[in-house]
Design a binder for this molecule. Sequence first.
Ligand code: BG6
Length: 486
Amino acid sequence: MTEIKKQFPEGFLWGGATAANQVEGGFDLDGKGLSTADMVKFVPKDERGNGHALDVTSEEIEEILAGKSKARFPKRDGVDFYHHYKEDIALFAEMGFKTFRLSFNWARIFPNGDDLTPNEAGLKFYDNVIDELVKYGIEPLVTLSHYETPLGLTQKYNGWASREVINHYVRYAETAMKRYKDKVKYWLTFNEINIIAISPYTGGGVVVDRVENPLEVSYQAAHHQFVASSKVVKLGHEINPDFEIGCMLARMETYPATNNPEDILLAQHQNQMNLFFTDVQVGGYYPGFIKRYFAENNITIKMEDGDLELLQEYPVDYLSFSYYMTLSVSADPNRDQTGGNFMGGVKNEYLESSDWGWQIDPIGLRVTLNTLYDRYQVPLFIVENGLGAYDTVEADGAIHDPYRIDYLRKHIEQMKEAIADGVDLIGYTSWGPIDLISASTSEMSKRYGFIYVDQDDEGNGTLARSRKDSFFWYKKVIDTNGEDLA
Ligand code: BG6
């Protein structure tokens, strides 16, 4: 019998991932315009319950712009990566990062979104960050749009609801890709593109109180993003044929709660609705099940001649995704519900949950990797995975986070299994290598990092960085290319 080796391939891209609006701060510095993320206010847990605080209404935007809001906006401040990037990148280098996933804040480069020329000072910041990464031999992986649409585009066009935005996005992508054509090889066009159907404001800068049929508009906006993404794949390969341009899905592997065929059908439907996005971006087509869903839900997508051909001709080079948890669904409306990344489901009695109710499922990552590879047969890249948890700083300054190490270890073990199953996995960037502002709740206390940042939910703290136990553990994982996970 031949022995199958359970090991990571040579050159595997180990690293970490962040988003501009969750780390940078400097929201109004050097000519940056406002973005949708700058309008998301902090809502304390007792007012929010277990839900998200992500969506913003027209009224709130007007109130904020008129200077009448008393709210705090943590994503404006992040963890001040804007001024700490050298120190932070040095710490990533110390852990041995091969890659670092960052996003560009579109409004830093095109302050209103539809400007004809870019803001040179904004580009200069990214010049510095990219050069710093290159200095340490860290491969930058750039997300062009991660939950931050320039507010100007939201106000003028209702964000991605309008087809107009495609041209502005392509101009922005062209500017970035030409500028960094010899320094950045890996690109992602949109973070978690499927979130537009769940939170249109977050995913596409669409304010839902301005439209009559929000569901229809969210899928219309997704269509615009698909077209924009394919245009950028085409353009990017013209700029540099060696570019690797990927899509990014919030993968939500969904299990049936029982073997009742009703539950199985429901789970299959939910998986299809999630994989619809990669069917378009990787497969290059609108599948039959979505056409039925549109017909039954009063959704008509306006397409232009040539759209479908473009999607087919310019699929992405690789598929990247985030993985935090799995979901379970039941046809029985009386089952207990649990929380999750944008979506919840029913409780899975075999799984434990994080402090935020996200069901921890390392084996589900192996299932996910196999599902995606079976369906698409393209290289896969896990660009987010991690545990949001409360950390305690000991009297001597140490931060012991065995729960985080345990979560990551178990997931990395399952990645190895999936590679042995034949999956082509090219990299892994854990979410939030440095503590940052939570996307869904704007909390600071929901920490993912190997690097602790001294800041609390109210924005108080010195912003000093320190190494948690997991910092030394991850360094060892990278040093041994995933061999030593102890
Ligand atoms: C993903 C997002 O959905 O999950 C990230 O791409 C986000 O931006 C991450 O931070 C974790 O979610 P949260 O809500 O815990 O920050």
